[in-house]
Design a protein around this ligand. Sequence first.
Ligand code: 2RA
Length: 353
Amino acid sequence: RKPTLAVVGATGAVGSVMLGILSEREDVWGEIRLVASARSAGKVLQVRGEDVVVQALSPEVFDGVDVAMFDVPDEVSAEWAPVAVSRGAVAVDNSAAFRSDPEVPLVVPEVNGAQARDRPKGIIANPNCTTLTMMDALGALHDTWQLTELVVASYQAASGAGQPGVDRLYDEIEVVAGQRELGQTSGDTAAAIEGKLGADSPFPAHLVLNVVPVAGSLKDGGWTSEELKVRNESRKILGIPDLKVSATCVRVPVQTTHSLAVHATFAKEITVEEARAALEAAPSVEVRDDVANGVFPTPAGTVGGDPTVVGRLRQALDFPNTLDLFVCGDNLRKGAALNTAQIAELVAREFTA
Ligand code: 2RA
């Protein structure tokens, strides 16, 4: 039989992309139930070309549900994913609530899809979008050359902070548009933006005409939550508990698509040609690597698509067995909704097999 799916958080930034993805992909679902906070209940949204009324989050809404996807804040997932499980559903959660739980698999289908079946708590976690951006590509290389060290700088889009992040970026663009004198004196753009929009922002500094080297919340030792997620989640997904990882996560004035500059060291000698061939063979990776002809990954050239785009492949000049590369991935698609949908489809196959 075709399983019943619940999409919890259907009205959010990722939820909206999810409805589009569910409408585009092969339809493996019976009923699709849309769920959100009581505030959004009663709204009518479109999925698979049909109108569906959004229901309020409650224990009963999970009755009869086989798979429940959660695209909601950590605290909402922490409370409600176990409720969905207690009502008989498998929960696929896109929050950070369960990612580090050893009894919850953290799954990227192209890398460790088989682990989705081993879910003692009935919960499968979806990685953070920053980590996910590079997992398909690194997984493809790790298979043959064994990754040992990873140094990463991220260039993260505003939509990583959800719709409020996108709204803030465009509001800031409106403030500076046409004011070409801004950007020449320290503090001038910040003052203009705060004067018009106030200081209340999802970001710790203005994003327009700027880059902000703080993404996520501050943790011990000066690291941010995003940087620690890159480390912990990469280790868990790739199954390398002692992988050496160092990340600096930066927010940039891009609407959607995270980018990463990756410096990856392997146990075995690897050449650019070998790496390119392995990446070209990976089904979810697209190689754009011909700088002389203007071919390289950019967020603007990646957004809205499914593949992870990889380019700027270089053999590190001073580091043996090390490649430098640039990776772009749509943070709302492969970084969130698409990967969640792919995990849910793995579970759905268990019903139809
Ligand atoms: C961000 N990675 O970009 C986060 C979203 N989960 O803010």
